[in-house]
Design a protein around this ligand. Structure first.
Ligand code: ZN
Length: 341
């Protein structure tokens, strides 16, 4: 049995901008429509990510300890122009009938029933949002999820620099504008994503927000001590808020040694899932693949391989009802509660 998967994070929009055709099967990257259908990838958060000229992130290279500097902030006007361009790419795919940009939990259900990909328009970092009126305009055209930061600072908050091994407690919490932005997201019903945010920012949001806490694509710090992963106290806060952690398939955030070796067994993903289930309860665990944004284990090399992960979980004794929660049910519940529709 192949379960439909609703996933917390992908970067396919960047690949489409670089020339990939969404509608024909490629042997490069991780997501296109034919492979999505084969793996029963049913949708998820589709990231609009504005890169900066100087990105400090883990790439192919030596494993072991690293401590990269924080990427510099980007110009908000340039970020806006770039974000608008990427949003248009996603609308272009929708216009060709490749997916549906969903605005409500009902939209998600309808898309899944119709066998259409359900795409949540998500900004990975609020750099392009220059004021709250702009947030409302983005909401009107479909924005339903917003990461306060990528791994850099903006007017709202500061993300974590990529470091291993290191704590996510790397800098200051939210600014006054950041607090206003979280309140505005609560008011509109826009999901606030905490992945990439530092520890103080995380707990500022935990205190402020009246929505379930969400880390769309982050893993367990106790198993892989990357700044991008979550401490037990963060997992506890997410669980008690009714929120969710989407497990990230990036080997750099999975492996105990923090290394970038793609010849890594699929089982490390299972280990992170099991830790989260034990710590938080199965209701709070989902996927956040980071497909087309980071390097997964070879065994989980693209969306078509998703059923292998569920087979591995079945082999560990998970029943079908539990697997359905991890595959899509928990994400759908959290979206429903966050969007209040
Ligand atoms: Zn990310």
């Amino acid at each position: 049995m192949t379960l439909p998967v609703f996933d917390g994070h992908n970067d396919v929009v960047l690949r489409l901008d670089a020339g990939r055709d969404f509608f024909s099967e490629s042997d490069e990257g991780h997501i296109d429509l034919p492979r999505a259908q084969r793996g029963r990838f049913a949708g998820g958060l589709f990231a609009v990510f504005v890169s900066s000229p100087e990105l400090h992130e883990p790439a192919e290279g030596p494993s072991g300890p690293y401590a990269l500097p924080l990427s510099p902030p980007i110009d908000p006007d340039a970020a806006r122009a770039r974000a608008d361009h990427l949003v248009q790419i996603l609308f272009g795919v929708e216009a060709q009938g490749g997916l549906r940009i969903v605005r409500s939990a009902d939209d998600v259900t309808t898309a899944l029933d119709d066998g259409e990909l359900a795409a949540v328009l998500h900004f990975e970092g609020a750099d392009a949002i220059r004021d709250l009126a702009e947030l409302e305009r983005d909401y009107q055209r479909g924005l339903r999820s917003l990461g306060l930061v990528w791994s850099r600072a903006n007017r709202y908050a500061e993300g974590v620099p990529f470091r291993f091994p290191a704590s996510p407690d790397t800098g200051p919490g939210l600014t006054a504008e950041g607090r206003e932005l979280v309140r505005a997201c609560n008011r509109l019903g826009v999901l606030v994503d905490l992945s990439h945010l530092n520890l103080r920012g995380f707990f500022d949001v935990a205190e402020l927000s009246d929505a379930p806490l969400v880390a769309s694509h982050s893993n367990v710090h106790a198993l892989c001590a990357s700044t991008r992963n979550l401490l037990d106290e963060q997992l506890d806060a997410i669980a008690s808020s009714g929120g969710i952690v989407g497990v990230n398939f990036a080997v750099a955030f999975l492996r105990e040694d923090g290394g970038l070796e793609r010849d890594t067994p699929l089982d490390v993903v299972v280990q992170h899932i099991e830790y989260l289930v034990d710590r938080m309860g199965v209701e709070h665990v989902g996927l956040g693949s980071d497909f087309d944004g980071a390097a997964p284990p070879n065994e989980l090399g693209d969306v078509a391989a998703l059923p292998k992960l569920f087979d591995a979980l079945r082999a560990r004794g998970y029943d079908e009802a539990t697997l359905a929660k991890i595959a899509h049910g928990n994400w759908r519940r959290v979206l429903h509660e966050t969007w209040r529709d």
